[in-house]
Ligand binder design. Structure first.
Ligand code: SF4
Ligand code: SF4
Length: 78
């Protein structure tokens, strides 16, 4: 999977609202199923294929994401 960027996820800041999941164009964010943060909320995880588009950081009400775009795409095996 060609990956052009990555995100740092501040898990403890997440309120589990799910908004970022549908906002991600390549759909490379998925919510945890069983794992929760210290406040009891499920939170997103990043799968390979991030484009660094920043849609997640723009929609998240709680500033959970820091987005980084790679200078050169990298191949990440799923
Ligand atoms: S930067 Fe874009 S592609 Fe990457 S996780 Fe966020 S919304 Fe998805
Ligand atoms: S949009 Fe932000 S607060 Fe909502 S689930 Fe995603 S990371 Fe958590």
């Amino acid at each position: 999977m060609l990956t052009r960027g990555t995100v740092v996820i501040d898990v403890e800041a997440c309120k589990g609202c799910d908004l970022c999941i549908d906002a991600c164009p390549p759909r490379v964010l998925e919510m945890t199923v069983h794992e929760v943060n210290g406040r009891g909320y499920r939170y997103p995880r990043l799968l390979p294929g991030c484009t660094g588009c920043k849609a997640c950081s723009q929609i998240c009400p709680d500033f959970v994401f820091q987005v980084y775009k790679y200078d050169d795409p990298v191949e990440i095996l799923a």
